[in-house]
Design a protein around this ligand. Structure first.
Ligand SMILES: Nc1nc2c(c(=O)[nH]1)N[C@H]1C(S)=C(S)[C@@H](COP(=O)(O)OP(=O)(O)OC[C@H]3O[C@@H](n4cnc5c(=O)[nH]c(N)nc54)[C@H](O)[C@@H]3O)O[C@H]1N2
Ligand SMILES: Nc1nc2c(c(=O)[nH]1)N[C@H]1C(S)=C(S)[C@@H](COP(=O)(O)OP(=O)(O)OC[C@H]3O[C@@H](n4cnc5c(=O)[nH]c(N)nc54)[C@H](O)[C@@H]3O)O[C@H]1N2
Ligand code: SF4
Ligand SMILES: [Mo]
Length: 713
């Protein structure tokens, strides 16, 4: 590996600082920042990092422009105009912190601490400044607990029920796969650095299959694109099992030694014939047979599921079925065979030290974040109602469903809202107090990854802009003002990094803070990707130690939310009786609603969720809020490429620029998420029409289970 000193410098005042891309993206790229005279002048991917391989993506390769963006928030602000108007005055940090704590104290005295709700997600994925940075503070305060199940909570629940919290296949092992199914994942846009490993496998003769309603960038590079109706993947997986079992394509020895519930599974899948699945999915029965046979007979075969697999009524059971497939055919036996979901579970993150769940008051109310619209507008009849909101690391007005309800809620005069961010986001425009946050180039952090096996250290490259502070510092200041004295509230960033991982865990052997300062990143202490077959001998971290076709967790407790998504408490839903065998739950919204088009809203190519949604370069690449529709559907509605249409249902509407394309399945329309309301034609974006409804497991969202109609305007 190149030592930092060997990287050529152009003049004496230029240095290179090792950093990490902060974004909520599986790739967690190792980033090198060029700093000239104290100013960051460029970022690039570390060429020595086996996963980053020298490249950053279109979302981040001008990250310095985010740091020096003319709209960067440099000082705390207080609202001077009506909510949403974006009119503010500059105030001092002292004034801002005084006002926040005075208002928090007042609402606690009057309505109790549950009248305060934090809203945060993954604006940064750093262990210090990310998901859990405010948890100790709000736990101590006794605030409403914010359940954060936007992303993969349903899939994680189903996955752990079936094969346990295992990291699964090393993404780098995909070069050894002979058959790769990329299922509900637009890898080239959302997991770009995994693609070279797939492409290498393809060069070595692997067949790459993409199952997706859209023939997107990734599907175009595949050997076979299978268009599917959104939310019907569970039917396809069950029918694949039907074929595999009935045609004798199973690995009998693997099933005998490393699974439970096989006999019941055999019985269960009998009704799920390819003909039945063809009706549900729109995929010809013969194609389903071919897929099942090829998958079962290519060794090793591999499935990469994207987060979008869970976003419909039956998202959980879909992942249950898919997670059964590798054991059925013994794919786990070989390097490059099995399932790839979230390698996150390989990292011994010391979650407790960041969440401090012991500071929670037992029985504290829990509100799921994507019910925020109805929580704020009174529809949930919360007692006490939410009177104070603190948003950091998130832009709920763009990423939450029921956008109009949220906007109405945020406009409430009696709601006190604090937002910490880099720029004045759609949400921040509604704040009473806005706080300036540092970017990744201005603060310390340390990263896990949900897409590879490397720990990455982020060293600040430049001084904070203006009066911006890190999230860690923000909560230190707030805790001090509130008089909280627990040691966790005075930890320095250095202390927090020392607590980031269980450094004594086997996976961390050979990795220390000192070594990371030297190298910037390190591979977890796991076998090499050329040798690693984690479940060749079973050893699944489930209660039985086996792949559980019949889930003992479902039998015992039903639905639950994985602790990561709810601040440390594993919450079983009483009475939530879940069938312990995988089964099919069709999409909830149907054409019977009168809305005939199935809307999906996956990720934008150039934004990371709503981040970068207001940056010039990214806006140029992404264009405005669009909707892609099939020629047949467009013709029926008299719509052509380049015109604006109204996309609507009972929940709301937005205007979008149409792109007519046969790349989308008929009956499906696609609007990428992430565009800001402020930049949209009608001040509304795709989440104006999405439902708040949960999927079957893990309280997952149902963004792909939405019906709309489209009309020319
Ligand atoms: N460019 C970019 N990259 C990102 C992000 C971003 O916003 N932009 N966000 C990051 C985050 S937070 C996440 S969670 C990941 C997510 O990344 P992915 O897992 O790739 O998820 P999506 O892009 O939402 O959707 C992937 C594909 O699923 C398809 N799809 C939607 N519904 C269904 C369905 O029911 N069945 C099937 N088979 N396919 C369906 C969509 O057409 C889309 O092509 O990306 C990360 N990376
Ligand atoms: N329709 C639809 N909706 C979706 C999805 C979808 O596929 N379709 N995907 C869902 C998924 S998978 C996800 S993960 C969520 C994402 O939801 P969010 O995590 O809320 O994503 P962002 O919109 O990017 O908001 C992150 C905000 O944090 C800010 N930020 C970044 N770093 C810092 C920092 O250090 N400090 C502070 N204070 N702020 C910071 C950013 O500037 C940005 O405004 O969206 C969900 N919503
Ligand atoms: S957003 Fe993802 S792909 Fe892009 S630089 Fe960051 S980690 Fe890498
Ligand atoms: Mo996500």
């Amino acid at each position: 590996m190149t030592a930092i000193d060997d990287i050529p410098v152009t003049d004496v005042s230029t240095t290179t600082v090792r950093a990490a891309c902060p974004h909520d993206c599986p790739d967690t790229c190792a980033m090198l920042v060029t700093v000239t005279d104290g100013k960051a002048t460029g970022v690039r991917g570390d060429p020595d990092h086996p996963f980053t391989r020298g490249g950053l993506c279109v979302k981040v390769n001008n990250y310095q422009d985010k740091v020096y963006h003319p709209d960067r928030l440099l000082h705390p602000l207080r609202r001077t105009g009506p909510k949403g108007s974006g009119r503010f005055e500059e105030i001092t940090w002292d004034e801002a912190l005084d006002e926040i704590t005075t208002r928090f104290r007042a609402t606690i005295a009057e309505n109790g601490p549950e009248s305060i709700m934090p809203v945060s997600y993954l604006g940064t994925q750093g262990i210090l400044n990310g998901l859990n940075v405010g948890d100790p503070f709000f736990n101590k305060l006794g605030a409403t607990i914010s359940e954060r199940t936007y992303c993969d909570s349903g899939a994680c629940t189903a996955y752990t029920m079936t094969i346990g919290a295992t990291a699964g296949v090393d993404p780098e092992s995909l070069v050894h796969s002979r058959y790769i199914i990329i299922w509900a994942c637009n890898m080239v846009s959302t997991n770009l650095h995994l693609w070279p490993f797939v492409a290498e496998a393809q060069r070595r003769g692997a067949k790459v299959v993409v199952i997706d309603p859209m023939r997107h960038r990734t599907a175009k590079r595949a050997d076979w694109h299978i268009p599917i109706r959104p939310g019907t993947d569970g039917a396809l997986a069950l029918a694949m099992m039907h074929v595999i079992i009935n045609e004798g394509l199973t690995d009998e020895a693997y099933i005998r030694d490393h699974t439970v519930g096989y006999a019941e599974l055999v019985e269960r899948v009998q009704e799920h014939t390819p003909e039945w699945a063809a009706e549900q999915t729109g995929i010809p029965a013969e194609d389903i047979r071919t897929l099942a046979r090829e998958y079962a007979t290519s060794e090793p075969s591999m499935i990469r599921i994207g987060v979008a697999i869970e976003r419909h009524a039956g998202g959980g059971q879909t992942v249950r079925s898919i997670a059964c497939l590798p054991a059925l055919v013994g794919a786990w036996r070989k390097v490059g065979g099995g399932l790839l979901q979230l390698p996150l579970w390989a990292f011994p993150v010391n979650w407790g030290a960041h969440m401090h769940p012991e500071l929670q008051t037992p029985g504290t109310r829990v509100v799921n974040q994507y019910l925020l619209g109805r929580a704020l507008n009174g529809e949930m009849e919360l007692d006490p109602p939410i009177n104070a909101l603190m948003v950091y690391n998130s832009n709920p007005l763009v990423v939450c469903p029921e956008q109009d309800k949220m906007a109405a809620g945020l406009a409430r005069e009696d709601l006190f809202t604090v937002v910490s961010d880099h720029v004045l986001t759609d949400t921040a425009r509604y704040a009473d107090i806005v706080l300036p946050a540092t970017t990744q180039l201005e603060h310390h952090d340390i990263m896990f990854s949900w897409g590879h096996f490397y720990v990455t250290l982020n060293t600040p490259a430049v001084e904070p802009m203006g009066e911006a502070i890190s999230n860690t510092e923000l909560f230190r200041r707030l805790a001090a003002r509130m008089g909280f004295t627990e040691p966790c509230f005075t930890r320095t960033d250095e202390d927090m990094m020392a607590e980031a991982f269980d450094w004594d865990a086997p996976a961390m052997a050979g990795i220390t803070m000192e070594s990371l300062r030297e190298t910037g990143w390190a591979r977890l202490n796991l076998p090499s990707p050329d040798e690693y077959a984690p479940h060749a001998e079973g050893n699944f971290p489930t209660p039985s130690g086996k792949t559980e076709f019949r889930s003992s967790i479902a039998e015992a407790a039903g639905n639950f939310v994985v602790p990561l998504f709810r601040q440390g408490c594993e919450e079983f839903q009483p009475g939530g009786v879940v069938d312990p065998l995988p089964h099919y739950i069709p999409p909830r919204e149907t054409a019977d609603s009168g809305y005939r088009l199935n809307l999906i809203s996956p990720k934008s190519h150039a934004y990371v969720n709503s981040s970068a949604g207001d940056q010039d370069k990214q806006k140029r690449v992404q264009g405005e809020q669009s909707v892609i529709m099939h020629p047949q559907d467009a013709e029926e509605r008299g719509v052509v490429t380049g015109q604006y249409v109204r996309v609507f249902n009972d929940r709301g509407q937005y205007l979008a620029l149409v792109e007519v394309s046969d790349e989308i399945a008929p009956g499906v329309v696609l609007s990428p998420m992430g565009a800001w309301r402020k930049n949209a034609k009608d001040q509304a974006t795709v989440n104006a029409v999405n439902p708040f409804a949960f999927a079957d497991l893990g309280n997952a969202p149902t963004f792909s289970d939405t019906r709309v109609e489209v009309e020319a305007v």
